[in-house]
Design a protein around this ligand. Sequence first.
Ligand code: HEM
Ligand SMILES: *[C@@H]1O[C@H](CO)[C@@H](O)[C@H](O)[C@H]1NC(C)=O
Ligand SMILES: *[C@@H]1O[C@H](CO)[C@@H](O)[C@H](O)[C@H]1NC(C)=O
Ligand SMILES: *[C@@H]1O[C@H](CO)[C@@H](O)[C@H](O)[C@H]1NC(C)=O
Length: 316
Amino acid sequence: MAKISFAVLLIIVSFVFGMSSAQLTSNFYSSSCPNVLSVIKTAVDSAISKESRMGASLLRLHFHDCFVNGCDASVLLDDTSSFTGEKTANPNSGSVRGFDVIDTIKTQVESSCAGVVSCADILAVAARDSVVKLGGPSWTVLLGRRDSTTASLSTANSDIPAPTLNLSGLITSFSNKGFNSREMVALSGSHTLGQARCTTFRDRLYNETNINTSFATSLKSNCPQSGSDNNISPLDITSPTTFDIAYYKNLRIQRGLLHSDQQLFNGGSTDSIVTTYSTNSATFFTDFANAMVKMGNLSPLTGTNGQIRKNCRKTN
Ligand code: HEM
Ligand SMILES: *[C@@H]1O[C@H](CO)[C@@H](O)[C@H](O)[C@H]1NC(C)=O
Ligand SMILES: *[C@@H]1O[C@H](CO)[C@@H](O)[C@H](O)[C@H]1NC(C)=O
Ligand SMILES: *[C@@H]1O[C@H](CO)[C@@H](O)[C@H](O)[C@H]1NC(C)=O
């Protein structure tokens, strides 16, 4: 009887651990590639020193990776004549960037520890290092993800939230990945960094009323009613290369750039969270860091699943 109970307990325990992302660990490469974190940090710092926007671009790559079948570097796979990746999906096409920086990091990491470090882990560490470099919080990145041999254009189109979504659509999109509204608002704080193309916010400038008039006017010359789709403007007009709470302060005065940004402060259930973050950077930083760890845990491939790509752009 005792023996049977023990066996049952073992099965339950291994099931619970198998289900969770308990396989990811902070010291995954400590013996197989002890310098990997410093190699990535040096390369990220140098890329951001050359172009401050690169920090935003690297952070976004990790998000667009994790929201499509988990953090498996699927976003990095190039299209070929016989393979369709995610790069031509609507949320990615013409706007995701940073692939060359990831390639540079991968080459450097391969030269000291060939075939050991996954592209998915490089994305997760580069996102964290970008936030730190630009003045945001740090967190411990859990490691041990492996890389996919597949990608999904259709899931990239369906699961990465669109800037046309209203608040309930945003809440649903994040809830589908296991995030509550507060975590959704915290992760959206990534828009304290980076730029968006005219085509993603034109309707807001010309057709919406919950936008400060002088803010809208100031953006119209760079984003006319037609044409100039690819002209870019900062998501956080105040401090686009500093990771801070200005994004939330701007939402409170109707200076969100995207329709989806302003939805977070538009008389709805998330107004109070925006208000909290706009006045308390420590709370925002803590919530953001925790939500990033959680995002990094989305369905990783571990153990013998997937592979360690030699080149992040293609499967082995
Ligand atoms: C809440 C739902 C979200 C929506 C609707 C959304 C939408 C967008 C859009 C439309 C752009 C501009 C892309 C373009 O020019 O085509 C953008 C940029 C960006 N997004 Fe989001 N996003 C969301 C959440 C997030 C999250 C969770 C992160 C990171 C964890 C993130 C990080 C970024 C960054 C850093 C940029 C600027 C990238 C650059 O300058 O290269 N976004 N987002
Ligand atoms: C939000 O958008 C969805 C889908 O477009 C729509 O069905 C719903 O009525 C909208 N909700 C609100 C509160 O506007
Ligand atoms: C604004 O809305 C109108 C009517 O819905 C639409 O025809 C027009 O294309 C929109 N204009 C812009 C710049 O989005
Ligand atoms: C828009 O912003 C300007 C400048 O910051 C301010 O003077 C004005 O009162 C704002 N407009 C509205 C309608 O809030």
